[in-house]
Design a protein around this ligand. Structure first.
Ligand SMILES: Cc1cc2nc3c(=O)[nH]c(=O)nc-3n(C[C@H](O)[C@H](O)[C@H](O)COP(=O)(O)OP(=O)(O)OC[C@H]3O[C@@H](n4cnc5c(N)ncnc54)[C@H](O)[C@@H]3O)c2cc1C
Length: 473
């Protein structure tokens, strides 16, 4: 095996895009992925306009082509019998997102990486980080178990028939810089960061065939009970539905899950979706993923960077994970630009520079993280009366239109990287809620004032802890 400037572990969204960005800067990259076949997952299917913008910056927007991706102009929000349409802001560019089959997009990214002469791809599972014996807290390479040999550089497409089926024992490879991008179930997270993953709910997913979505080219959010349901068309015939289930999941094997979905969820869906939904539940198996929250952390080791879901996750309600990941690629490749670093051999200097990443990513990533967690709390209000008031205030605020829509949607789209703007709109919603309470209950003013205070307090309790988690290292 040759010598490399950087080893990247994981060829998902961030690993593949970073390999391309580094290759474009002339770096020699080893990209290690445990399974090069097309992923079949229920994650990463809606790319916000902010993510499209990052793809443009990296020069790989064409990876959205040829996968039957569907344009997304914004969101349709359903609450009981009411509906509002939230368009992405027209004065921002791009003002469209894309929804698609995740696996197809990942294969485009992987093929693009593989087409670069300075990227070597390897099918192997990384098992261990190799630490320097002389310098404490410095990583110098990885150990991996190789299932199959890679010998394909025949054309720009990943051709799996070129893999040899030989099983080989554990091997090692060293490089001055290692990037860990092994996703939400990261094997290395525990040894690299001190924060732990919090899971409050799961998404249960199905593909609906030929579903008649009420608003084509819009993501659909249904403010159902006990928590929200998402729908977006991901190709000509296929529409993804993700049903959030908080707490313990109904049992799949004894039929409890299907009963819950058909008896409780189905009646809450718009009529035009119900037929394809019941068909999907009856003929296919529920796909389940945890909805995790992991605040970002600073890097603790030299020679190493942990990125993507391995380092930072938020509730997928707002579909922001890929946008955050792709902007991290932009930031890392800017920080380590060849004009600043001819190679990565000066490990200490590279690590010093990478310390800037934590704050450089914050304007965008904290907006997406905070918004996802805060909106999820509001949209899964359950029986909490103060949260129900906040949910109604949020819906009412959107109905005001103008900036009450364009700015919050711009924040969600990843087009307005401004945490203060987010904070302003969040509390504007809360105060709008108090206005609605007082207007409705002005005869019982003392009650209305107490309720208003509790609503503001609840808003602070929703957003405060997430903000604090963003400010910690
Ligand atoms: C239910 C759900 C829905 C979501 N929907 C959206 C959405 O619509 N829009 C959006 O932007 N975000 C969404 N997200 C978030 C988004 O999917 C992630 O933020 C994004 O995929 C993270 O990319 P990543 O590269 O960090 O990880 P991944 O894309 O998961 O890639 C990790 C890669 O590492 C490989 N790997 C793992 N371990 C090893 C190892 N030891 N050795 C070698 N390789 C290894 C894996 O095989 C995988 O290919 C969703 C998340 C969930 C849970």
């Amino acid at each position: 095996m040759g010598s490399y400037d950087v080893i990247i572990v994981g060829s998902g969204v961030i690993g593949s895009a970073l390999a391309i960005a580094f290759a474009n800067q002339g770096r020699k990259v080893l990209l290690i992925e445990r399974d090069w076949s097309e992923p079949d997952r229920i994650v990463g299917e809606l790319m916000q306009p902010g993510g499209v913008k990052a793809l443009q910056k990296i020069g790989i927007e064409h990876c959205l082509e040829g996968i039957h991706a569907v344009d997304c102009n914004g969101y349709a929000i359903f609450k009981e019998n009411e509906k509002i349409i939230l368009n992405y802001p027209v004065n921002k560019s791009p003002n469209q997102g894309k929804s698609f089959h995740h696996g197809r997009f990942i294969m485009n990214l992987r093929n693009e990486a593989n087409s670069k002469s300075n990227v070597t791809v390897l099918e192997a599972t990384v098992t261990q980080l190799i630490e320097d014996t002389k310098f404490v807290n410095r990583v110098i390479g990885v150990k991996y178990k190789k299932k199959k040999l890679t010998s394909f550089k025949t054309d720009s497409k990943l051709d799996l028939s070129n893999f040899d089926n030989e099983t080989i024992e554990e091997e090692s490879i060293i490089a001055p810089f290692v990037v860990i991008a092994d996703g939400c179930f990261s094997k290395f997270r525990k040894q690299l960061i001190n924060k732990s993953v919090e899971i409050k709910s799961h998404f249960v997913g199905f593909i609906l065939k030929k579903c008649d979505l009420p608003n084509k080219n819009y993501g659909h959010v249904i403010l159902a009970k006990p928590s929200p349901i998402l729908l977006y068309q991901i190709s000509g015939d296929d529409t993804r539905i993700l049903i959030d289930i908080p707490g313990k999941l109904p049992n799949v094997s004894n039929g409890e899950m299907n009963k819950y979905l058909l008896d409780y969820i189905l009646p809450q869906l718009p009529k035009s979706i119900q037929v394809s939904f019941s068909a999907a539940v009856e003929i296919s198996k529920a796909r389940i993923m945890p909805n995790s929250f992991l605040p970002p952390s600073k890097n603790l080791k030299e020679g190493l960077l942990i990125l993507g879901d391995a380092m930072n996750m938020r509730h997928p309600l707002t579909g922001g994970g890929m946008t955050v990941a792709l902007w991290d690629v932009v930031h890392v490749s800017d920080l380590l630009h060849p004009l600043k670093f001819k190679n990565f051999n000066k490990v200490k200097k590279v690590s010093e520079e990478l310390k800037k990443l934590h704050w450089k990513r914050k304007p965008l990533s904290s907006v997406i993280n905070i918004l996802a967690q805060a909106l999820y709390s509001l949209f899964s209000a359950g029986d909490n009366i103060n949260l129900i008031y906040l949910q109604e205030a949020c819906f009412g605020y959107f109905k005001l239109g103008g900036r009450c829509v364009s700015t919050p949607v711009g924040l969600l789209a990843g087009l307005i990287p401004s945490p203060l703007t987010l904070l302003g709109h969040f509390f504007a919603v809360a105060f709008y809620g108090t206005f609605l309470i007082i207007r409705k209950n002005w005869i019982y003013l003392p009650f209305a004032l107490i309720r208003s205070f509790l609503v503001i307090f609840t808003a602070a309790m929703v957003i405060g802890p997430v903000i604090i988690s963003e400010l910690k290292n």
